[in-house]
Design a protein around this ligand. Structure first.
Ligand SMILES: [Fe+2]
Length: 553
């Protein structure tokens, strides 16, 4: 079953067993007390409703028992009828309200423990041959998808930094020259890290490429996206907080099978900072080899999380993002950004904005100033889909990292609504959660509304911090589930966003269910710009096309 925005139905078929906290509210002194202690008016109402509902049900059952055992007088019969009517009204009202209630999945996973894969496991296998290129990964190299950055590491000596490439297998007619550098982290010395930009590619074309030299050279391929076009169909995968456990491996294998063409990565990559001294660098290397099965062929659009900061003063390492920035480059200059940590790319029909949760973002900072300008550059006539990536979610009803995104929300939320962002993907919280379209822009410290409210202009917020890293799952959700939360589940997985055209996209979250990929949460995402008033947009588009033709005659 797929949910359509604004028409969420509530079949349990797709979710296995689940419980809504509002329905599991026993009538006892604790809950009576909670009526006075619960934090939001919605919780008050929910609690009151449950209490009244339970009272009427108990009275009705009592009357049913009486009717069976005794001959009821007319007065009691009328009373019973009235009670039936009131009860039916309550049930009706509950059903209406629960049309928008969120779901907390009760799925409990029982899989592998959250420990990293051993160093000698084949998932980290070093390619054969002297100085063979390893840790190969590609990302978009320009603003519009006609360039690719290919990165790799040579372990023994620098070797060549050029990439040979072409459109036929084993025929590499063209070559591009890259750069090479290495660095130290404590006493760890990195391999030689190469980055090579390949520009001027054709859209929607398969390219084969070769790196390294002699018998140790290796060949891979990638496909460029379709031309930037409002109706270009494209399928993105979304992964966050992956790490390098067997759960991470399950997520990665499921993503590879998904048919998605590019990963939108929402931060926290290797979790190498869980180690110390030379093992930090070592675990960055294993992660590079671990993800190569996907990243050598499919571009991953990177954003950074807290596990990329690697601030370790006791080891003399105080430069933030040192390992990450040496290894993972981004096309930030193409979007006029001053840092690889925040930037934008356009791919097919999507404009993707990457933000850095751990870089300054308040007013007058470079990230703030850049985002202000980048949002003005978004042209929904060319790229109807506006997607934002960040690591820390702005809305999160999990006990883990609760409210950590509040400072960024207070700075950027009004822009996200003004520019009608379609969807915001985040990680950080090791669970899955999807929100309804809500906003809280009126909140301020001197008064105003303190609660998120339904807002058709607001983005959908999706947290996909469930890649499978060694820190395990964040299983303690706030109870009761806030009204802005549509679906949440504490288990591992990944998402896909399949853009069909300028108006609609299909979203899936796929749970790793004991090694199997299980589509668990799905809905049809309606475009914020084109979906709301398609006819008017179509007319505007038609008139602009005609005017273009007239001008060019
Ligand atoms: Fe994180």
């Amino acid at each position: 079953m797929i949910w359509i925005e604004g028409q969420q139905s509530k079949s349990v078929a797709d979710f296995g067993t689940w419980t809504n906290p509002l329905h599991t509210f026993p009538l006892n002194s604790i809950n009576l007390l909670s009526l006075y202690l619960l934090p939001t008016p919605s919780s008050w109402l929910a609690s009151l409703r449950c209490l009244l509902c339970r009272y009427f049900i108990s009275r009705w059952l009592e009357l049913c028992r009486l009717r069976k055992t005794t001959l009821m007088p007319m007065e009691r019969r009328v009373q019973a009828m009235l009670l039936n009517f009131v009860l039916a009204s309550f049930v009706f009202l509950i059903l209406i309200r629960d049309g928008n209630a969120g779901i907390t999945s009760s799925f409990i996973r029982s899989e592998w423990p959250a420990v990293d894969i051993p160093l000698d496991h084949e998932a980290f296998a070093v390619p054969k041959g002297y100085n063979a290129p390893q840790q190969v990964h590609i990302t978009q190299g320009d603003y519009d998808g006609k360039a690719v950055i290919i990165s790799w590491v040579t372990p023994d000596e620098p070797g060549p930094s050029h990439v040979q490439y072409g459109t036929s297998e084993n025929k590499f007619q063209t070559s591009a020259e890259g750069t090479v550098a290495n660095y130290t982290f404590y006493e760890y010395k990195s391999g030689y890290i190469h980055h090579c930009l390949i520009e001027g590619l054709e859209y929607k074309t398969k390219y084969y490429y070769r790196i390294g030299s002699g018998d140790s050279s290796r060949q891979f391929w990638f496909e460029t996206p379709p031309k930037v076009d409002p109706d270009a169909a494209y399928k993105f995968g979304i992964i966050g907080d992956l790490g390098q456990t067997f759960n991470s491996l399950s997520t990665l294998e499921h993503y590879v099978q998904s048919g998605a063409e590019t990963v939108l990565y929402v931060g926290d990559l290797s979790y190498a900072d869980r180690y110390q001294y030379n093992d930090v660098g070592l675990r960055w290397d294993t992660w590079g080899r671990f993800i190569e099965r996907s990243t050598a062929y499919y571009p991953w659009i990177w954003s950074a999380g807290n596990h990329e900061i690697d601030y370790m003063p006791y080891m003399g390492e105080v430069v933030p993002f040192k390992n990450y920035l040496h290894r993972f480059t981004t096309p930030f200059l193409a979007s006029h950004s001053s840092s690889p940590l925040w930037y934008a790319v356009r791919r097919a029909s999507a404009h993707i904005i990457v933000l850095s949760s751990y870089s300054p973002f308040v007013k007058y900072t470079p990230q703030y100033m850049w985002l202000q300008e980048e949002l003005k550059r978004v042209d929904r006539e060319k790229t109807p889909w506006l997607i934002v990536l960040m690591h820390v979610p702005l809305y999160n009803s999990n006990g883990a990292h609760y409210m950590e995104g509040e400072s960024m929300r207070s700075v950027f939320e009004s822009w996200l609504i003004q520019y009608k962002v379609d969807v915001i993907f985040a990680g950080h919280v090791h669970a899955y959660e999807r929100s309804y379209r809500i906003s809280n822009v009126d909140y301020n410290i001197t008064g105003g509304n303190r609660y998120p409210i339904p807002d058709k202009s607001a983005p959908v917020y999706i947290t996909v911090g469930d890649g499978g890293n060694q820190e395990g799952l964040a299983a303690k959700f706030l109870d009761p589930q806030p009204e802005y939360s549509a679906f949440r589940e504490a288990s591992y997985g990944h998402s896909t966003l399949e853009i069909k055209n300028r108006t609609h996209a299909i979203y899936h979250w796929n749970r790793n269910d004991d090694g199997k990929k299980v589509p668990t949460d799905s809905f049809v995402l309606r475009n914020q710009y084109w979906g709301s008033n398609r006819r008017r947009r179509k007319l505007k588009h038609f008139l602009l096309t005609v005017m273009d033709e007239v001008v060019n005659m």
